[in-house]
Structures are given as C-alpha cells and as structure tokens.
Design a protein around this ligand. Structure first.
Ligand SMILES: C[S@@+](CC[C@H](N)C(=O)[O-])C[C@H]1O[C@@H](n2cnc3c(N)ncnc32)[C@H](O)[C@@H]1O
Length: 324
C-alpha cells in the first residue's frame, strides 16, 4: 500500500499507441467509442474522466442534449464491459447550461450508470472558491464526481488517502476505551467533500484564461484535471500495476497520476496536439521537470495583508463619503 506521502519506486515507462499489456503508458489518438470497443473486457481497475459537457469547448461540437446523452450512454455500456470485476468508474461532471437554464449532468448520468448495473459508492462534491461570476443566478462553485463500482467486492484503500485530523489528541471519554486516543493514527477519512486543489486550481484551470498561467500544471488544454485530484482516486481505488483508463484523456493528467503511483495508464483523445502534450509531460515527469502541485499541500489562506484581500481604495473613499 502507498499512502499520500510515499513516493513509488521509479519504473521504466514504456509508451505505446495502442493497448498493449506489456506497456505501462498507452496514448491512443482515436475516437473514444471506437477505441473502447476494441479493448479487452474486465481489464481496467479504474476508469476515470471528465467527459466533454456539450458546452461548445474548442474540442467539441455542441449538439442536442438528448443526442449527447445517447452518445454517452453507448460509452457507458462499453466502459462497463472493460471495467474489471472489482473495478470502479469515476465520472467528473459539472453543468450543461442552455440559454441560462442549468442542467446538472450528474442527475442525467446517474440512471445511465445504474442501467448498466453499476452501484454508486459516493457522490463527491469538489468545491472551489473562485470561477465565473454569474449575474442572474448564484455563481457555481462545485462540480461532482460520481464514483460507481462494477460489483460489491471492490478495491478501496482508505488508509492510503487519510488526511490529518483536526483534533488528533481526542480521547474516548467513556466505555472500555476510556482515556485512549479515539482517532486513527493515520488520520481521518477525507469525506465526500473535496477542496484539495482549492486555491491554485481555481485560479489556474477552471476556465479563467487570463490567470491560467499562474497554475503550476498549466498546459494548452482549456480544462485539464488537477493531477492531485486523480492521485487521490488512483491511490484509493487501485493497487500497484493495475490499469487506469481515461477515455477522454486530454493532456494526460490521469496517466501521469497513475504512473506516478506505480499503476499503468491509458488515455484516449481524438486531438493529436493533446496526445503530443501528454507525451512531452511524461518525458518531463521522467526527467523530474514536470511541475506538479504536491498532493496534500495545505490550502492557501489569505492573511489579509495581500493587496487582493484588501478593499480597493476607491471603495474605502466612497464608504467615507457615504457615511458623512
Ligand atoms: C474535459 S476534457 C478532458 C480533460 C482531461 N481529463 C485532462 O485532464 O486533460 C475532454 C476531452 O475529450 C476529448 N474528446 C471529445 N470528444 C472525443 C471523442 N469523440 N473521442 C476522443 N476524445 C474526445 C477532447 O479532445 C478533450 O480533450
């Protein structure tokens, strides 16, 4: 078992462009559905992705919501087939928005996964503090990860992802354990509310093009996963040498999280440029130059001394004027 703070012994990374059991990094530059159909059944311990949301990003053509969901439903059927018996699918989704009306995609996806026979283990809320500011509704500040398993017997390594508890010194105050520490020395369960990548991530990746350059993992991709988010899932839901698949792999954040933790990874993406960036990121990872936000790094809290956390001077002047 590895925990959040262990590093895995370095393994040679063997890259192939089609699925090959003897490699540990597969970069498939193809269509997702076609490629899934060519993969062997019961193979991947974890299938994790954030699919296109049908909101007109550079890599997708917006279609009718019904057509989009029919396409995703075919993908879910294939993913179920290639997921191992003790495996999981984690589907990270936000909202589809049409003419100001919000359609939360997890509500649509839940019955689709249930229909193929998967079981929901957690609906994880991934919260971030910044993003686009809405004018006609409350600003959206979370997305959802639906974690399903194929069966009832599944891998879940809780000890690998425990986080420091707030009050580790707590003790039992009654019963036969009275006086003994009541927590777990490895820390507490991280719960289904995740803020792990809060500050840098929201500044850098969640579609705020003008500040994207601030994030250590910034690439050309408009919405790549934070490696840290995937790392937690990889550690909890797989064991060393297991296969992890990201069927909409983008610039390979899932693949990097997987090989970083001694797993084998495959991504599928139709855009050649993203596959090329992934290859470059793997090389950088190998030679130690890839910038990755460390897992478990504490969230930055403003001290109040930073300029951005103070009221603008114009507002202060106005307040003084108004109070006269
Ligand atoms: C939300 S992004 C995923 C980002 C990825 N999780 C990462 O960390 O970089 C969706 C990706 O799906 C890819 N994509 C969209 N439709 C596809 C299709 N039919 N076949 C293969 N890839 C597709 C896009 O090129 C895009 O990179």
């Amino acid at each position: 078992m590895n925990s959040l703070f262990d590093s895995v012994e370095e393994k040679k990374i063997i890259i192939t462009y089609n699925f090959d059991k003897d490699s540990n990094a597969v970069l498939s530059n193809n269509d997702t559905l076609e490629t899934l159909k060519s993969l062997p059944e019961n193979t991947f311990k974890l299938i994790i992705s954030s699919p296109p949301y049908n909101i007109g990003k550079v890599y997708e053509k917006e279609v009718d919501l019904k057509d989009y969901l029919n396409w995703q439903s075919e993908i879910i059927t294939e993913m179920f087939r290639v997921c191992s018996f003790d495996g999981s699918i984690v589907w990270q989704v936000g909202n589809y928005v049409d003419n100001g009306e919000v359609f939360p995609l997890d509500i649509y996806f839940y019955p689709m996964f249930k229909n193929v026979g998967m079981k929901l283990r957690n609906r994880i809320v991934w919260h971030f503090d910044h993003g686009l500011h809405a004018n006609k509704r409350f600003s959206g500040r979370y997305e959802v990860l639906l974690w399903f398993t194929k069966g009832n017997d599944y891998t879940f390594n809780l000890d690998s992802v425990r986080v420091p508890s707030k009050y580790p010194g707590k003790r039992h105050y009654k019963g036969n354990k009275i006086g003994l520490p009541s927590g777990n020395p490895l820390g507490k369960n991280p719960s289904d509310f995740w803020t792990l990548i809060e500050q840098e991530w929201e500044d850098g990746i969640i579609d705020i093009p003008n500040v994207k350059a601030n994030h250590p993992e910034k690439t050309e991709h408009p919405c790549s996963f934070p490696i840290e988010l995937i790392e937690r899932c990889v550690l909890a839901l797989t064991n060393e040498n297991d296969w992890v698949l990201d069927p909409f792999g983008g610039v390979g954040s899932s693949l990097i999280a997987s090989i970083k933790r001694g797993r084998r990874g495959m991504i599928i993406d139709k855009e050649k440029q993203y596959i090329e960036i992934t290859k470059k990121r793997i090389e950088q990872f190998q030679n130690g130059t890839l910038k990755i936000r460390p897992l478990g790094k504490p969230i930055h809290k403003p001290t109040g001394k930073e300029k951005v956390s103070q009221l603008p001077i114009e507002w202060l002047n106005n307040q003084e004027e108004n109070s006269k």
